[in-house]
Design a protein around this ligand. Structure first.
Ligand code: CP
Length: 320
């Protein structure tokens, strides 16, 4: 059942961007606008369970050139909850196999009357390329090792909903920092909102000069776990690794995995986050993934609201 609640101009009137390419390019004020819009949508839709008519008559195309479960389904449902029509494209089975280019594919789908394009691609910068080539708004759903802005926004939204603020929170990002677009977007967003960020992992998975982004570095999870208000356990990006970055998965899990024994060294109220998908038994064990510290499914629920907020602000922002 669609609600006739009038579109809210509370946050949209202060929004002016047409594309969401990364959190590097947003000001703290703009990140807070998205989070505030998501919170308002939470109230108006009973946590994303009911529909609004705010994007009625518009079309959102989800263009996924890499696999996805959470991001694709969540963007698709976010568009539907705002009454937009959706077009879902995946590269497998498409005319890419006949030689059609990435940009031609997007232009042909745009020609069907699309207003917004959500794109995931293995190449860093692919969403930026579409932002120049298309007339639609463009939302980055993950581009190679560059950024995954809506994932970081939903991570940050989850922390803010639990803690009220990011200011002064110590957030530890654990694991494959080198290959992680989620880490990069989290660092930009968390630092802009006043959090202290520690990146932690094997030296081979920490990029050189990462401190230039304002983060601290640790090579021992046991040394920093007691300081953490939030611990975000990043997936080992086996598909992006070109070499052996640690001796064995068992050794990685022993030193950097979160398990029932290690979590006892954390604060009583530490939040455990993971962007998913989880390699159970590698980044974290099932007792932690499903345990009392875990907010992993809250992240997924908040992702729906954050993506509704982004779709609405990019298309309707700055109009009143
Ligand atoms: N976290 C995330 O981006 O998950 P998917 O790859 O399933 O979309």
């Amino acid at each position: 059942m669609s609600s006739s609640t009038e579109p809210s101009t509370r946050f949209a009137s202060e929004w002016s961007r047409r594309h969401l390419l990364g959190l590097e390019y947003l000001e703290a004020r703009e990140i807070n606008l998205i989070l505030d819009q998501a919170d308002e949508l939470h109230e108006l839709t009973n946590g994303g369970r009911t529909k609004l008519s705010w994007l009625q008559g518009t079309v959102v195309a989800n263009l996924f050139f890499e696999p996805s479960t959470r991001t694709r389904t969540s963007f698709s449902l976010a568009a539907k909850r705002l009454s937009a029509d959706t077009v879902d494209f995946t590269s497998s089975g498409s005319s890419l196999s006949k030689g059609e280019t990435f940009v031609d594919t997007a232009r042909n789908i745009e020609a069907l009357g699309v207003d917004q394009v959500v794109v995931r691609h293995r190449s860093p910068g692919a969403p930026g390329l579409l932002a120049k080539a298309l007339k639609t708004t463009v939302l980055n759903a993950g581009d190679g090792t560059h950024e995954h802005p809506t994932q970081a926004l939903l991570d940050i939204s989850t922390i803010r909903r639990h803690r009220g603020t990011l200011e002064g929170q110590t957030v530890v990002l654990v694991g494959d920092i080198r290959h992680s677009r989620v880490a990069r977007s989290n660092i930009w967003g968390l630092k802009k909102l006043g959090a202290r960020v520690i990146v932690c992992g094997p030296a081979t998975l920490i990029p050189p000069r990462i401190q230039d982004l304002g983060v601290e570095v640790s090579y021992s999870l046991d040394e920093v776990i007691g300081e953490a208000d939030c611990i975000n356990l990043l997936r080992i990006q086996f598909e992006r690794q070109r070499g052996a970055f640690f001796p064995s998965i068992a050794e990685y899990a022993h030193l950097f995995g979160m398990n029932g024994q290690r979590i006892r060294k954390a604060k009583e109220n530490t939040l455990i986050l993971a962007p998913g998908p989880i390699n159970r038994g590698v980044e974290l064990t099932p007792d932690v993934a499903d345990g009392k510290h875990s907010v992993i499914l809250d992240q997924v629920r908040n992702g729906l609201l954050v993506r509704m907020a982004c779709l609405y602000l990019l298309l309707k922002g700055g109009q009143s």
